[in-house]
Design a protein around this ligand. Structure first.
Ligand code: NAP
Ligand code: ZN
Length: 345
């Protein structure tokens, strides 16, 4: 089906109008009209090839919500008119150990990303959510509650699950001492989830103007990282979630971990980090990473959000404002996620 969207025609080029075809509906496919599509910093990294060579033209977007318009003959999870969401991947091998235990995002054969990837036939380029229509195998889509603000629910599909998953994995609970580095799209979801679970949340930010917002979103403390904070916060945290999109020195954050504490790498600036062995040994500290979440956990998070009425704080933009939104995201000037109104495509 003819689809209109926005694409980067080459690396670092501004995004522009783009028309393409979506595949016809297969037995297990769901077709839907996209209503909102979030702008993730990963879209910017990829459109600018900050993670290495990418596929162009690129239609970014992996925080997608819409309304089902057509279903295949074997679809059981959705009916026409339902709210639906698609996140960072649209396929996986379905056979490997990770796929079988609901960790499709860690598929041994590699997940098929929603864009900037080839589908499993090895030749069809996947185009993402900056568009007005989508087709997906129902296994790789989730139900979105009618009770949630629809625009605010789009960022749950990436920013939301990416923070929910480590917060659950490291068993954040009442009185856990959690640090969130960077109050952007991902970070603000981390503050909402960790505080909803009763944790004491501290935001580490290089934007002093975000202090009041951090508290409003649920944080107890705000640290301006240009201050002399490391002495005050040494050994003060059980878990620190690093959502920063830029390179930075991890050493003071590792020193801020208490015994058996973990620093989780989530932001992906693209360059390697230096780690001081002495800091890791002392206090048996850990450093780990976390990447989105599997389909079962994605649905669990959507349901958790519906129960607690959690959505992202969004600024809605029209397609012709995408390039400006990219510039503002790079300047950390977004409160706290740009979401594209897909009716403008
Ligand atoms: P974002 O909205 O731009 O937020 C990033 C935040 O990092 C900014 O708001 C800012 O927070 C902080 N920051 C930016 N530049 C900084 C600098 N020079 N020094 C210190 N802090 C700085 O981006 P996002 O969409 O949340 O994504 C964050 C990162 O996670 C990106 O690298 C993205 O690719 C990655 N990501 C990873 C996964 C995963 O599965 N692991 C999934 C999605 C995205 P303050 O203003 O508060 O300092
Ligand atoms: Zn993302």
């Amino acid at each position: 089906m003819k689809t209109r969207g926005y694409a980067a025609l080459q690396s670092k080029a501004p995004l522009t109008d783009f028309e393409f075809e979506r595949r016809p509906i297969g037995d297990r496919d769901v077709g839907f009209d996209i209503k909102f599509s979030g702008i993730c910093h990963s879209d910017i990294h990829q459109a600018r090839e900050e993670w290495g060579p990418a596929l162009f033209p690129m239609v970014p977007g992996h925080e997608i919500v819409g309304i089902v318009t057509v279903i295949g003959t074997k679809v059981s999870k959705f009916k026409v008119g339902d709210r639906i969401g698609v996140g960072v991947f649209i396929d996986s091998c379905k056979e490997c150990r990770n796929c079988k235990r609901g960790m499709e995002h860690f598929c041994s054969e590699g997940m098929t990303a929603t864009y900037n990837s080839l589908e499993r036939d090895g030749k069809t380029v996947a185009f993402g959510g900056y568009s007005n229509y989508f087709v997906v195998d129902e296994r790789y889509a989730v139900k979105v509650s009618e009770n949630l603000d629809f625009a605010g629910s789009a960022p749950l599909l990436c920013a939301g699950i990416t923070l929910y998953s480590p917060i659950r994995h490291w068993e954040v609970k009442k009185d856990s001492r959690v640090g969130v580095m960077g109050l952007g799209g991902l970070g603000h979801m981390g503050v909402k989830f960790a505080s909803a679970l009763g944790a004491e949340v501290t935001v580490f930010s290089h934007s002093a103007s975000k202090a009041a917002d951090a508290k409003r979103l649920g944080a107890s403390n705000f640290v301006d990282i240009s201050s002399d904070w490391p002495k005050m916060h040494r050994k003060g945290f059980d878990l620190i979630l690093n959502t920063v999109s830029a390179e930075l020195d991890l050493e003071p954050y590792l020193q801020a971990l208490d015994t058996d504490g973990t620093l989780v790498i989530i932001g992906l600036p693209g360059k390697p980090y230096a780690i001081n062995a002495g800091t890791m040994l002392e206090g048996r500290r850990s450093i780990s990473g976390s990447m989105i979440g599997g389909m079962a956990e994605l649905q669990e998070m959507m349901d958790f959000c519906a129960e607690k009425n959690i959505v992202s704080d969004v600024e809605i933009v029209q397609p012709n404002q995408i390039n400006r939104a990219y510039e503002r995201t790079i300047k950390s000037d977004v409160k706290y996620r740009f979401v594209i109104d897909a009716s403008g495509f």
